[in-house]
Design a protein around this ligand. Sequence first.
Ligand code: SF4
Length: 444
Amino acid sequence: MKRKEKILLLYPGEFYSKGWGRFIHLKPHMVYIYTYLKQFFDVIVVDLENEFSRPETSEELSAFKANGLKRILDLEADLVALSCWSSLNYLSSVYFAEKLKQHRPETTIVVGGYHPTFMPGDFTYPGSPFDHVVTGEIQNIFQAIHKAFFKEIDTYRIIPDFRTYPYFDNQRTLGIFLGAGCPFNCRYCMEYKKKWSSLPVDDAVALIKGLAHEMNPRYFTIFDACFGLNKKWRKAFLSALARADLNCYFWLETRVDVIDEDDLELMSRLKIKIDFGIDSFSASMLKIMNKTLDPNAFLKKFVRISSICNQLGILHDVYLIFDHPGETRETYAEFRQFFQDVVTPQLEGGHLRVKYQRFAFYPGNYIFNHQELFTRKYGFKANAPAWWKQEGNHYLRSRDVVPSIDENGRPFHVPLKEASKMVKAFNKKAKQEALWKRLHAFDL
Ligand code: SF4
């Protein structure tokens, strides 16, 4: 029998992103890719972040590079598939691919992920070690190699094989996908699939029940870009999940204008934490972000949904972005006013927490592709327009932007100390802190 080709599925880690985002050992996208590829290949998975952690100093980075390279060169593979999941993985992808090609010029190196999807040209420079750049989803690897195997699939239809994934260590939090895509066009968003689709309700519930039965998890984190966009699907799914009566927590992300009171009543029968991308308490900013056509109705709906969550005891977070292109003294004043006059008196002391981050200039979204428009309109400027190719703290470099220029030609920035103080004071009064912390950390 012809042997299966050996493929090394490599997560190369992040060189300059200490402390950015959650550190997930059981990365859902890697588990799904692994499960798909093992139908066709003999797959070895190496996650360098899991094995050697995230470097925090230049000494740790040197050690990470040396250890990572040794680990890879100790393995034999016909093909290497590099997961350049985000722009944070760009420099590490290039580093390990170049080194690998120097040592083993005969090895075919394929790269895929969000960054290659948006910026394929970043991988095709003169002397590039990458033989193929795969854009879009994992099945497109066969567009690059073995065309005969190519078949269109929806990644969320893959049943993830956690059990044989090499970094499965009896974790009790399992990340899954029930669907994909989002038709909204928020300007900062990286979601490139515009059509929402999902597993049929029965399959979605069967997936969860099957994993619950087999793996006994405590927590399912559902990574759909926008959970439950279709009303009929959402209600049928939530009803069936509530009937399944599983002793697990669930986490999902959705929008307040998608959810209604009946959904919340169904959700209250589950143990659940919901993240709502509100993104700004300023109606003007919501317009600039293209979050909604009717910002005032959107904010009103947020208050209604959050109040009901508070009544029903549903833990929920809202996420805000400060210093988005177009942010000005006026939009910040709108945020303050809404926070002080509406959010605090009506929602404080319940199950709501407010989370915020500064706008990060990511390649591939609408803002990146229309920079001149934002510069002309507001004076927006990215001070490190190709930060992912530079050495140095990527968290800070990606956020090194001028959101707008005021009437005196001075750059405006949200006074973050002040905003942070308001948010901290609000969150301090929110309920169930210990449980929230663990759910938020994806660590149950
Ligand atoms: S931010 Fe959320 S709602 Fe907006 S486009 Fe992206 S996934 Fe959709």
